[in-house]
Design a protein around this ligand. Structure first.
Ligand code: PGA
Length: 256
């Protein structure tokens, strides 16, 4: 798989910031946004919680930063209380959509069909899906990581059967035990996972742009080591990404 395309840092703000806090943070960091814009070899995507998408979108105007959503509905439109359609996300200015984050998987227990529908909804509305996979500590200890990951990828395979060639999809490998814990896997372990994913997608990689991200306890101190992983396209960052100075250091580490 070719890895010469721009790198990407995705800031998953989860529900860390309220609407006012998100607005305040983006407004106070206008200079940093411009600096992040200048890193042409590394795209930055900000994924605030849904209510802040519009205000963050307007703050990102005149920058090269992009907007992403943390999830989307698996449905097109209709009587789905509490859901946000991929179409609305696109209309509000999103270009990316995180799908199947482990925190959402644990809460909603969505089945493969719903996850497949989300990918299809995202693509149909020109959102680039960032599809998350990752094993628990028990699964890691049991040595069943690759089986688990391949199982979790079934909705991606099914969706790609229906999606026109040329589309981009990111696969974010986020071990559940690494998210928010300060524990990170060894770089060679992540490389092995990516090699298996690369082999898994081999028959599709000529038709689609499939990039691999790592996520889980990335911070300014450890980000540099991930960029050395040959098949890594980018990073998905939670807590550390809510601080713009930290985010800038992480993006900077991608070009050092
Ligand atoms: P973390 O979260 O960086 O806070 O560990 C990553 C994620 O859940 O995407």
């Amino acid at each position: 798989m070719k890895q010469n395309a721009a790198r990407i840092v995705v800031a998953n703000w989860k529900m860390y910031l309220s609407y006012n806090e998100a607005k305040d943070r983006i407004e106070k960091n206008a200079d940093t946004l411009q600096e992040l814009s200048d890193f042409v070899n590394c795209k930055t995507v900000i994924c605030p919680s849904a209510e802040s998408l519009a205000v963050i979108h307007s703050a990102l105007q005149k920058t090269n930063l992009l907007l992403g959503a943390q999830t989307c509905s698996s449905f097109t439109s209709g009587a789905y209380t509490g859901q946000i359609s991929a179409r609305s996300l696109a209309e509000i200015g999103c270009s990316y959509c995180i799908i199947a984050h482990s925190e959402e998987r644990a809460r909603t227990h969505e089945n493969d069909q719903l996850l497949q529908n989300k990918i299809e909804q995202a693509i149909a509305n020109n959102l680039i899906p960032i599809f998350c996979i990752g094993e628990t500590k028990e699964q890691f200890n049991a040595g069943s990581v690759h089986d688990i990951l391949e199982h979790q990828l079934r909705p991606v395979l099914a969706a790609l059967q229906k999606i026109e060639a040329g589309k981009t999809i990111y696969i974010a490998y986020e071990p559940v035990w690494a998210i928010g814990t300060g524990k990170i896997p060894q770089a060679d372990y992540i490389q092995t996972v990516f090699e298996r994913l690369d082999a898994f997608f081999v028959s599709l990689s000529a038709q689609y742009a499939i990039g691999f991200l790592y996520g889980g306890s990335v911070d300014e101190g450890n980000a540099g080591k991930f960029w050395k992983i040959a098949l890594l396209r980018g990073l998905l960052i939670g807590k550390a990404s809510t601080d713009f100075q930290t985010l800038k250091k992480i993006v900077l580490s991608s070009v050092e």
